[in-house]
Design a protein around this ligand. Structure first.
Ligand SMILES: NC(=O)c1ccc[n+]([C@@H]2O[C@H](COP(=O)([O-])OP(=O)(O)OC[C@H]3O[C@@H](n4cnc5c(N)ncnc54)[C@H](O)[C@@H]3O)[C@@H](O)[C@H]2O)c1
Length: 288
């Protein structure tokens, strides 16, 4: 199964947000395949623990632990230099660090700044710093930016987080287009769109048991790697609560708000909620 030239023994993976959740699971799963792993995170304690776990799989010599705040360009430049000095290349770049403090529409300006600094400028910093070096490599490479379904269907609740993830979708689509227009570029971009995953962000550190509907970080990572192997740009992950067909219909409905001139977020609008439910039910009945 492991024939992909990038997700392959001996290649190098750089993962931001590698101290916890999806990033940590990615570090572990890629280490199991035999990649060298550079782990980056702003939480040094979690980062070192994850680094030790990964070293047990792939050996100390194949692990770099680089404390990094992705919102600080100097940190990201140091991360890149450390990796290229040690291993001379990057095969898999997972631009994954993210935060989700509550930012509502006319309140919590601080949270808006923090979220955009990490979720948007963190991703941009990493992309701007690594892509020029990765473009010069002869061997193929992938960059995977972590977005969210919330950046596509925009559910009410955390406007700042949704807006940041909408930006990640937009900038990753742009990156993909620009890369495929660079002659001889051997670098592709991918947008990871996790479902509901039981991580630090969603309560896993509370000591509570994983709700049945949430996927584990490992399930998400294994699904995502498989989609990258298939060359997919949009890595739309299901979970134990929402199957792919339901996501597809929600995304179509959200696009329909714009195309058909319905009110914003009509899925949650009192005059349209029932219509949406009917559309979902009828469409699923046709599929089944
Ligand atoms: N868990 C979900 O259900 C879900 C759903 C959709 C998208 N996501 C996205 O997945 C990504 C990973 O999150 P997770 O769910 O694994 O959460 P998590 O909190 O377990 O992991 C995120 C990691 O990012 C690190 N981080 C935060 N700010 C940082 C910074 N400035 N620099 C470097 N590292 C920083 C944290 O310390 C943490 O280790 C995020 O981008 C998140 O928005 C998660």
């Amino acid at each position: 199964m492991d024939v992909h030239p990038v997700i392959h023994e001996g290649r190098v993976a750089v993962i931001t947000g590698a101290g916890s959740g999806i990033g940590r699971a990615a570090a572990i799963e890629l280490a199991k395949i035999g990649l060298k792993i550079a782990l980056a995170d702003a939480n040094e304690e979690d980062l070192r623990a994850a680094g030790a776990e990964v070293a047990q799989i792939v050996g100390d010599a194949n692990v770099l632990v680089v404390p990094t705040d992705v919102s600080k360009l100097d940190d990201v430049v140091r991360l890149r230099d450390t990796v290229y000095e040690a291993w001379g290349e990057v095969g898999v770049l997972m631009n994954n660090a993210g935060i989700g403090p509550l930012g509502t529409s006319w309140d919590s300006l601080d949270a808006w700044h923090k979220i955009f600094d990490v979720n948007v400028f963190g991703v941009v910093n990493v992309q701007q710093t690594f892509v020029p070096s990765m473009l010069h490599q002869e061997n193929p490479a992938v960059i995977i930016n972590t977005g969210s379904k919330q950046g596509i269907t925009n559910p009410p609740g955390n406007a700042a987080y949704n807006a940041s993830k909408a930006a990640v979708k937009s900038l990753t689509e742009g990156l993909s287009h620009e890369l495929r227009n660079v002659p001889q570029a051997n670098l592709t971009a991918h947008l990871l769109i996790p479902g509901w995953v039981w991580t630090g962000m969603t309560g896993a550190k509370s000591g509570k048991e994983k709700p049945a509907g949430a996927w584990t970080p490992q399930e998400t990572v294994l699904y995502a790697l498989d989609q990258v192997r298939q060359g997919k740009f949009y890595i739309l992950c299901p979970d134990g609560e929402t199957r792919r067909e339901v996501d597809q219909l929600r995304i179509m409905w959200a696009a329909g708000d714009v195309a058909e001139g319905r009110p914003a977020l009509s899925r949650w609008h009192r005059d349209y909620k029932a219509l949406f439910e009917e559309y979902l039910k009828d469409s699923l009945a046709q599929l089944d």
